[in-house]
Design a protein around this ligand. Structure first.
Ligand code: AMP
Length: 259
């Protein structure tokens, strides 16, 4: 497995590989079984699998949890290698946002509802970094988790609007045995907070916004940002709660299978 830090090295490394399918799995590291499922999906259909590892400051709010975001590059590289990744692109912030950077992609409507209301600028940061990763890697396929259903919808819209030549794959949410969706932020929960956080998947399992809100409001120690049906593809019941200083999001599809 190769690890590149610069755009130039990444392009040079990938140049001979563009004859066959190239899969890109964008991540912020701190890998868990959700990421591994995306890597497996990419491995199954692509000759070359690229994972990006970049904690994107542009998608965190000023004074948000960027500093607290868990990082362990050595562990991530070992897991990526085990998963059969060919190349990890792990750039510095300066490589992705050089001095003078001022070009942003904004998916205006989809980026401003739900998560966008509580995290202004978040999807602008996401769309911009994903577009830049797509231009650097030029994958035929790009993989995202349904766990971040709005992110999938925003990227799908960007791909259509900008006529990008890439196939988007959205793979089901991977959960722990107790129902909590895997997230790098789960490591920030104390055992008691984790117990409280379980109200989120329990609430969403009702598949009804009013019932889900009632479940969440009955649970102590949770602040509900939203719980709403979102008209995505597929439509989902999506929720975001704060448990202590950790913010968790989750959703369940309202059509198709039940992940
Ligand atoms: P992140 O590193 O949190 O930016 O996530 C990288 C990718 O993994 C995104 O496409 C996420 O939607 C996806 N992902 C995160 N958690 C899960 C999960 N529990 N199940 C499936 N995919 C996930």
């Amino acid at each position: 497995m190769r690890v590149t830090r610069t755009i130039a090295d990444t392009r040079a490394d990938l140049a001979p590989r563009h004859g066959g399918p190239v899969g890109l799995v964008p991540t912020m590291g701190s890998l868990h079984a959700g990421h591994l499922s995306l890597l497996r999906g990419a491995r199954a259909e692509c000759d070359t699998v690229v994972m990006s590892l970049f904690v994107n400051p542009a998608q965190f709010a000023e004074g948000g949890d960027l500093e607290r975001y868990p990082r362990d590059e050595a562990r991530d590289l070992a897991l990526a290698e085990d998963a059969g990744v060919d190349l990890v692109f792990a750039p510095s912030v300066d490589e992705m946002y050089p001095v003078g950077f001022q070009t942003w992609v904004e998916v205006t409507e989809l980026g401003s509802i739900l998560e966008g209301r509580f995290r202004p600028g978040h999807f602008r940061g996401v769309a911009t970094v994903v577009l830049k990763l797509l231009t650097i890697v030029r994958p035929s396929h790009v993989y995202f988790g349904q766990k971040d259903a709005q992110q999938v919808e925003v990227i799908r819209r960007m791909i259509a609007d900008l006529a990008l030549e890439v196939e988007l794959r959205a793979l089901p949410t991977v959960r722990d045995a107790d129902g909590l969706a895997l997230s790098s932020r789960n490591t920030q929960l104390s055992p008691a907070e984790r117990e409280r956080a379980l109200a989120l998947p329990r609430a969403l399992a009702t598949r009804n916004a009013a019932e889900a809100r009632a479940v969440l409001e009955r649970s102590n120690g949770l602040v509900v940002d939203y719980v709403e049906v979102a008209d995505f593809d597929p439509s989902v019941l999506a929720g975001a709660v704060r448990v202590g200083s950790t913010r968790l999001i989750d959703n369940v599809p309202l059509e198709g299978d039940d992940t």
